[in-house]
Design a protein around this ligand. Structure first.
Ligand code: ZN
Length: 101
């Protein structure tokens, strides 16, 4: 199987796009820093805000399940697949062409 240009995906796919796909709803925002319930470990409490994400630097961190990383790693953690098939799914979900190497 040909390789995927992960660097290009990291540059072109935004944290907001991934947050939208995983159904994240911020309950508080402070500039580029957003807080809310964690889409990964299934916290659905209305006022939960242990999931912290910076949409400018594309980094997230959950204070409960300790998951953290960039926007692509958030998607991998969310759909629980290896990186390669996870990125194919992500491109498909966003209607983008896959950047084959
Ligand atoms: Zn979590």
């Amino acid at each position: 199987m040909p390789g995927i240009d992960f660097d290009r995906l990291r540059r072109e796919i935004t944290m907001e796009e991934v947050l939208h796909l995983v159904g994240f709803q911020p309950c508080q925002t402070s500039g580029d820093q957003w807080y809310g319930g964690c889409p990964l470990h299934g916290s659905t409490a209305d006022r939960a805000r242990h999931f912290s994400v910076n949409v400018a630097s594309h980094r997230y961190y959950c204070h409960k399940c300790r998951s953290h990383g960039n926007q692509l790693e958030l998607w991998v953690a969310y759909i629980q697949k290896p990186l390669h098939p996870a990125m194919l799914d992500l491109c498909h979900a966003l209607g983008r062409e896959i950047p084959w190497i």
